[in-house]
Design a binder for this molecule. Structure first.
Ligand SMILES: Nc1ncnc2c1ncn2[C@@H]1O[C@H](COP(=O)(O)OP(=O)(O)OP(=O)(O)O)[C@@H](O)[C@H]1O
Ligand SMILES: [Mg+2]
Length: 410
């Protein structure tokens, strides 16, 4: 099987499954000649073919994970491990600007799309709610409607467009502008409210976050998150390229936790320091994200929950996303995705661990402590503001739990 990989309108190269060497990737000579951006920091422009070990982390990293991947694979009658077959079915619109099509299929992707009925079809609230209700039984509205969309992560998501209070399904290769994340079930039924609260706390604390709404239609609750990898100017929408830290470091999604071979804080810090355009700003932002996640008790801030965005020859850290107080759920692990100093157990992290972290990333322990204390104060103040948010009236329990779980001292 051979697939064509596009970055926006441009053919970047081909992904091929070979009998002897598994999956290989080669850049298209014209793409290299034109000096266009590499697909990934782990795949610099080269005339050499990239072997499976080098290229799979980026491409496999575009696919959903866990149960979502399993359900989609079952639905499509494709093996979960067959990255190429899954990309063939789902790769039409991935995170950022990447789209993957069977070789020979015409690439419809344009650099800019007008927000018009030709490109965006109205999605009624009734249909949206019906889709979310059946999301587990029928994982792919995408497959059914011949839409081919893929986002990483273990939770079901629906990329769509949203403007002036109305929902739309993109058509003809037009970009989605928002991500719908339905809330969890059972003990995780407060997950959307939890993520919403954490995003608002981050925003109020001065961190960069995408615009996020918590919406309830009938009995269905979901988050509506604006995509930071889209550029909307008036009625014109275009895509921006992004990749997560695991992809940039050449690490498979399966290994995203440090304990499973995933990146450490120092690995991501070094990536940001060496690859972003203004390292001083971006490393500072990363430290804030990291400490914010620690303070609010998010044990799931792994290497796929920090990403880089590429725009006009500049490389930046993306806004924060997927920030949840996992400590609110006693059945979830209390082990951090990336250890701080010597400790994975969030409750055991102490001053010596922060000092060790400082030494690892080349920051004075005082800088880390001052940032930590400053954030605790901002988050405490943020709670007072968020408590008045009318949408959280019925979520006072989870709000209180998150406030109670805050790690204010180390
Ligand atoms: N606001 C956004 N704009 C653009 N891309 C986003 C945005 N939020 C998330 N993404 C992309 O979608 C992916 C999945 O999102 P997210 O991490 O929120 O999902 P998840 O299923 O909760 O993940 P996890 O498995 O870590 O719990 C991210 O890794 C990122 O690439
Ligand atoms: Mg995630």
């Amino acid at each position: 099987m051979k697939l064509s990989v596009y970055l926006g309108e441009n053919l970047a190269g081909h992904l091929t499954s070979t009998a002897q060497n598994g999956v290989v990737f080669s850049y298209d000579p014209a793409y290299i000649e034109a000096g266009l951006p590499p697909l990934s920091l782990s795949l610099p422009l080269s005339t050499n073919e990239y072997p499976q070990k080098k290229c799979l982390p980026f491409f496999e990293g575009l696919l959903p994970e866990g149960d979502v991947k399993k359900r989609i694979s079952d639905y499509l009658h494709v093996s979960e491990t067959s990255t190429l077959k899954l990309l063939k079915e789902l790769g039409g619109e991935c995170a950022g600007m990447v789209s993957i099509l069977p070789e020979g299929e015409q690439n419809k992707i344009q650099s800019t799309y007008t927000f018009s009925p030709e490109n965006y079809e109205t999605l009624s609230q009734k249909n949206l709610v019906e889709y979310i209700r059946n999301i587990d039984a029928r994982p792919l509205l995408k497959a059914k409607e011949k839409l081919r969309l893929s986002l990483a992560g273990a939770q079901e998501k629906l990329p769509l467009a949203y403007k002036n209070g109305k929902f739309y399904m993109p058509k003809n290769g037009a970009p989605s502008t928002h991500i719908v994340k339905p809330t969890g079930q059972g003990t995780l039924s407060t997950l959307s409210a939890n993520e919403y609260i954490c995003m608002k706390l981050a925003e109020q604390s001065g961190l960069q976050v995408p615009n996020t709404k918590l919406i309830q239609i009938e009995d269905v609750e979901f988050l509506l998150i604006e995509r930071y990898d889209r550029l909307c100017k008036g009625n014109e929408i275009s895509r921006l390229h992004q990749e997560d830290a695991c992809q940039a470091l050449g690490i498979l999604s399966n290994n995203k936790y440090q304990n499973d071979g995933g990146p450490s804080i120092a690995d991501i810090y070094t990536l940001i320091k060496t690859q972003t355009t203004i390292p001083l700003l971006e490393t500072r932002a990363f430290l804030q994200y990291l400490l914010f996640n620690f303070i609010i008790g998010n044990c799931d801030a792994h290497g796929k929950n920090y990403s880089l965005i590429f725009q006009d020859n500049s490389v930046k850290l993306t806004p924060m996303y997927d920030t949840v107080c996992t400590l609110a759920y006693p059945n979830l692990t209390q082990k951090l995705s990336m250890k701080i100093g010597k400790h994975y157990e969030i409750q055991k992290v102490n001053q010596a661990d922060f000092e060790m972290l400082g030494n690892q990333i080349g920051l004075k322990p005082k800088t880390i402590l001052d940032t930590f204390n400053g954030l605790v104060e901002k988050i405490d103040n943020a709670f007072e503001i968020i408590k008045n948010d009318p949408i959280l009236k019925k979520h006072s329990d989870i709000l209180e739990t998150i406030q109670h779980k805050l790690i204010r001292t180390i």
